[in-house]
Design a protein. Structure first.
Length: 147
Protein backbone atom coordinates (compact mmCIF):
# COMPACT_ATOMS: atom_id res chain seq x y z
CA UNK A 1 0.00 0.00 0.00
CA UNK A 2 1.28 3.52 -0.82
CA UNK A 3 0.39 6.76 0.88
CA UNK A 4 0.52 10.50 0.25
CA UNK A 5 3.70 10.58 2.38
CA UNK A 6 5.38 8.08 0.05
CA UNK A 7 5.03 5.38 2.68
CA UNK A 8 4.79 1.82 1.43
CA UNK A 9 3.37 -0.70 3.91
CA UNK A 10 3.70 -4.40 3.12
CA UNK A 11 4.15 -7.78 4.77
CA UNK A 12 7.77 -8.83 5.14
CA UNK A 13 8.62 -11.74 2.82
CA UNK A 14 11.73 -13.80 3.52
CA UNK A 15 14.42 -13.61 6.16
CA UNK A 16 15.90 -10.30 4.98
CA UNK A 17 12.55 -8.52 5.34
CA UNK A 18 11.81 -10.30 8.64
CA UNK A 19 15.25 -9.10 9.74
CA UNK A 20 14.18 -5.54 8.94
CA UNK A 21 11.01 -6.02 11.01
CA UNK A 22 13.21 -7.38 13.81
CA UNK A 23 15.50 -4.36 13.54
CA UNK A 24 12.59 -1.94 14.04
CA UNK A 25 11.19 -3.97 16.94
CA UNK A 26 14.54 -4.20 18.71
CA UNK A 27 15.33 -0.51 18.15
CA UNK A 28 11.99 0.64 19.56
CA UNK A 29 11.74 -2.03 22.28
CA UNK A 30 15.35 -2.64 23.39
CA UNK A 31 14.24 -4.21 26.69
CA UNK A 32 12.70 -7.17 24.82
CA UNK A 33 14.95 -7.94 21.84
CA UNK A 34 13.80 -10.71 19.51
CA UNK A 35 15.82 -13.22 17.53
CA UNK A 36 15.05 -13.93 13.88
CA UNK A 37 13.58 -17.30 14.93
CA UNK A 38 11.20 -15.49 17.32
CA UNK A 39 10.17 -13.09 14.57
CA UNK A 40 9.47 -16.01 12.22
CA UNK A 41 7.25 -17.55 14.91
CA UNK A 42 5.39 -14.26 15.41
CA UNK A 43 4.87 -13.95 11.66
CA UNK A 44 3.10 -17.30 11.77
CA UNK A 45 0.52 -16.17 14.32
CA UNK A 46 0.28 -12.39 13.81
CA UNK A 47 0.05 -10.05 10.84
CA UNK A 48 3.35 -8.16 10.50
CA UNK A 49 4.01 -5.22 8.18
CA UNK A 50 7.03 -3.10 7.31
CA UNK A 51 6.91 0.57 6.39
CA UNK A 52 9.36 2.02 3.88
CA UNK A 53 9.46 5.64 2.67
CA UNK A 54 11.56 6.54 -0.36
CA UNK A 55 13.49 3.29 0.04
CA UNK A 56 14.24 3.87 3.73
CA UNK A 57 12.91 1.65 6.52
CA UNK A 58 10.83 3.81 8.89
CA UNK A 59 8.66 1.48 10.96
CA UNK A 60 6.58 -1.64 11.41
CA UNK A 61 3.27 -2.90 12.70
CA UNK A 62 1.91 -5.96 14.43
CA UNK A 63 -1.72 -6.99 14.47
CA UNK A 64 -2.58 -9.82 16.80
CA UNK A 65 -5.77 -11.46 15.50
CA UNK A 66 -8.93 -10.97 17.54
CA UNK A 67 -9.72 -13.15 20.53
CA UNK A 68 -13.26 -12.71 21.78
CA UNK A 69 -13.47 -9.76 19.37
CA UNK A 70 -10.39 -7.97 20.73
CA UNK A 71 -7.36 -7.46 18.46
CA UNK A 72 -4.06 -5.92 19.49
CA UNK A 73 -2.58 -3.28 17.18
CA UNK A 74 1.01 -2.07 17.58
CA UNK A 75 2.64 0.60 15.40
CA UNK A 76 6.36 1.38 15.73
CA UNK A 77 8.27 4.22 14.06
CA UNK A 78 12.04 4.47 14.28
CA UNK A 79 13.08 7.57 16.27
CA UNK A 80 14.74 9.31 13.31
CA UNK A 81 11.45 9.18 11.36
CA UNK A 82 8.94 10.30 13.98
CA UNK A 83 6.71 13.38 13.72
CA UNK A 84 6.24 13.03 9.96
CA UNK A 85 2.83 11.36 9.95
CA UNK A 86 4.14 7.81 9.55
CA UNK A 87 2.74 6.70 12.90
CA UNK A 88 -0.74 7.86 11.88
CA UNK A 89 -0.54 5.92 8.63
CA UNK A 90 0.85 2.80 10.26
CA UNK A 91 -1.80 2.89 12.97
CA UNK A 92 -4.61 3.42 10.41
CA UNK A 93 -3.33 0.54 8.27
CA UNK A 94 -3.07 -1.82 11.27
CA UNK A 95 -6.51 -0.75 12.47
CA UNK A 96 -8.02 -1.56 9.06
CA UNK A 97 -6.37 -4.99 9.20
CA UNK A 98 -7.72 -5.65 12.72
CA UNK A 99 -11.27 -4.73 11.66
CA UNK A 100 -10.97 -6.87 8.52
CA UNK A 101 -10.09 -9.77 10.82
CA UNK A 102 -13.32 -9.17 12.76
CA UNK A 103 -12.16 -7.05 15.69
CA UNK A 104 -14.88 -5.24 17.63
CA UNK A 105 -12.45 -3.73 20.15
CA UNK A 106 -8.78 -2.76 19.88
CA UNK A 107 -5.97 -2.95 22.39
CA UNK A 108 -2.36 -1.86 22.23
CA UNK A 109 0.66 -2.18 24.50
CA UNK A 110 3.32 0.44 25.10
CA UNK A 111 6.42 0.51 27.28
CA UNK A 112 5.78 2.88 30.19
CA UNK A 113 9.05 4.65 29.34
CA UNK A 114 7.73 5.49 25.84
CA UNK A 115 5.94 8.72 26.71
CA UNK A 116 5.37 9.63 23.05
CA UNK A 117 3.76 6.22 22.42
CA UNK A 118 1.48 6.61 25.43
CA UNK A 119 0.47 10.12 24.30
CA UNK A 120 -0.25 8.77 20.81
CA UNK A 121 -2.41 5.96 22.19
CA UNK A 122 -4.36 8.27 24.49
CA UNK A 123 -4.87 10.79 21.69
CA UNK A 124 -6.46 7.96 19.68
CA UNK A 125 -9.00 7.08 22.36
CA UNK A 126 -7.12 4.37 24.26
CA UNK A 127 -7.38 4.14 28.03
CA UNK A 128 -5.11 2.20 30.33
CA UNK A 129 -6.39 -1.17 31.50
CA UNK A 130 -3.28 -2.78 33.02
CA UNK A 131 0.41 -2.29 33.92
CA UNK A 132 2.81 -5.17 34.43
CA UNK A 133 6.51 -6.01 34.40
CA UNK A 134 7.66 -9.02 32.42
CA UNK A 135 10.12 -11.42 34.06
CA UNK A 136 13.68 -10.17 33.72
CA UNK A 137 12.61 -6.59 33.00
CA UNK A 138 12.31 -3.47 35.14
CA UNK A 139 10.22 -1.29 32.82
CA UNK A 140 6.46 -1.80 32.99
CA UNK A 141 4.28 -2.42 29.97
CA UNK A 142 0.99 -0.54 29.70
CA UNK A 143 -1.97 -2.26 28.07
CA UNK A 144 -4.57 0.14 26.69
CA UNK A 145 -7.95 -0.42 25.05
CA UNK A 146 -10.44 1.47 22.92
CA UNK A 147 -13.90 0.19 22.17
Amino acid sequence: MSSPHGLRIAQPRGDDALGDWRYVHNAVIPVQPLSLAEVRERAGRNHLDLAVADGVLVGSTTVRPPRDGVATVIARVLPAHRRRGYGEELYASALRRAHALGATAIETCVLASNEAGLRFARAHGFTEIERYVLPGSTIPWVDLRRE
